[in-house]
Design a protein around this ligand. Sequence first.
Ligand code: HEM
Ligand code: HEM
Ligand SMILES: [Fe+2]
Length: 463
Amino acid sequence: MTYKSQRIAYLFFATSMLLLSLQIVYGFIMAFAHMGYDGLHPVIPFNAARATHTNLLVVWLLSGFMGAAYFIIPEEAERELWSPKLAIAQWAALVIVGVTAIVGFHLNWWEGRKFLEIPRPLDYLVVVDVLAFIFNIGATAWRGKRLHTTGMVLFVGLLAAALLYLPGMITFDNQVRDSYFRWWVVHLWVEGVWELILGSLLSYLLIKLTGVDREIIEKWLYVIVGLTFLSGILGTGHHYYFIGTPKYWLAIGGIFSALEPLSFLGMALYAIAMARKGGRRHPNRIALTWTLGCAIMSFLGAGFLGFAHTLPMVNRYTHGTLVTAMHGHLAFWGAYAMIVLAVISYAMPKLTGRKLYQGWAAEWAFWVSNVGMLGMTGAFAVAGITQVYLERKVGMDFLLVQKALHVHFFGLVLAATLFTTGITLFIVTFVRYGLPRAEVVRSDADEDAGELDVEGAVPTAAQ
Ligand code: HEM
Ligand code: HEM
Ligand SMILES: [Fe+2]
């Protein structure tokens, strides 16, 4: 690493790993409940498990993004972090809000709005916390020597994500209006501003790992940003088909959301093209594998499987079924979980000076977790299609259908076990890296230049 304050990132990465583990536990609780083994119901009913599972997901991803920003922004702005103390306070506040929310869900203290279950008083704390974070990285960028495009897109993505949290906090006494604005948060995050965060993190990792010129990589970033906004904003309409909004959303949502896979395709193509151009000689090969894997799996999960149910004539049947869960898992995994794991894989050797990326565990973590997640996606797909057929075509009763689906969740548990094995390997490697060390501070660019041995792809000091 180049700046001492980059070490703050470790706190956020470690928190991510802890919350991911907990998220998986709640995934298993629900998977067993779907198989008919719902013994924990009196203590952890399905709704509490579901809210915990999805909110832990959002919090560990946000913690990962924050860690990534604390690691990357000082480098992009070429100075130490504005206030490491504020960063630590902001980390502590994030953990406190997260723990309170999770405990609250188990005591039936929640809002019942999918993905935005956190009760209102805690929402205000989230806002204050995120503002402190934005202020800190904003001040770092502002006072820095310069801010490269990658750092700028990352900052704008994070700022916009913070602002878009607000529409979800307006109170309505009308269910349609409430749903309408809930999607401004949920959809415009994952299919809008979070994509900017994803694009900029991909761009940063590709610059560092492939050695291709920053200018070339950042030109692609502009194209991705353009495509994302062109399709993603009006693409929100794919959530307005059947919630009581006017009919014109069927056409608007259908057309624009059908274009959304383009930006994910663009990201996959650009990652592969840059890796080919630069060669793959950076010694931290596993970080590049996660980076490329992320670009490809996000296209599969978000682009391909998103498209699979985005047209109104299909969504009419699949809406709110396990087909949605199929897409939700691979999209979140491919796009946002994998990019966080890619940044962690790149950053840990820099923070600690250890090179565990050479070991077998780091490599197997990637393959086993990805094969496991593909298996889970397959299990959700089979269960989802069966559900749509029995419930919506044949007209069977909802609960009878749920019983008929028990067997498919056995398949889910098997695949999830494989996935969990991969994640365990990743976390064990993370723990073995140990704590960051101040004495490993040196010029990152020199280090990466020394590590790269690619003709025509020598990074300059500006990188
Ligand atoms: C990384 C990006 C994406 C993520 C993380 C993601 C995740 C999700 C999640 C979690 C849901 C369920 C939300 C809920 O019901 O509360 C959902 C719904 C949906 N997604 Fe995505 N998605 C992404 C991109 C896309 C794209 C690009 C498309 C279209 C091409 C798409 C199409 C849909 C549709 C149509 C639904 C509604 C399903 C229903 O009616 O039940 N998604 N997505
Ligand atoms: C061992 C691992 C996991 C298991 C067994 C598991 C299982 C489940 C189950 C059973 C549900 C509820 C589906 C329903 O509503 O009936 C669910 C929801 C969800 N899980 Fe997981 N999960 C696991 C890991 C993950 C991971 C790693 C992610 C993200 C990267 C994730 C993202 C989600 C999302 C977004 C939803 C909500 C889907 C929707 O809105 O339809 N899960 N999970
Ligand atoms: Fe959406």
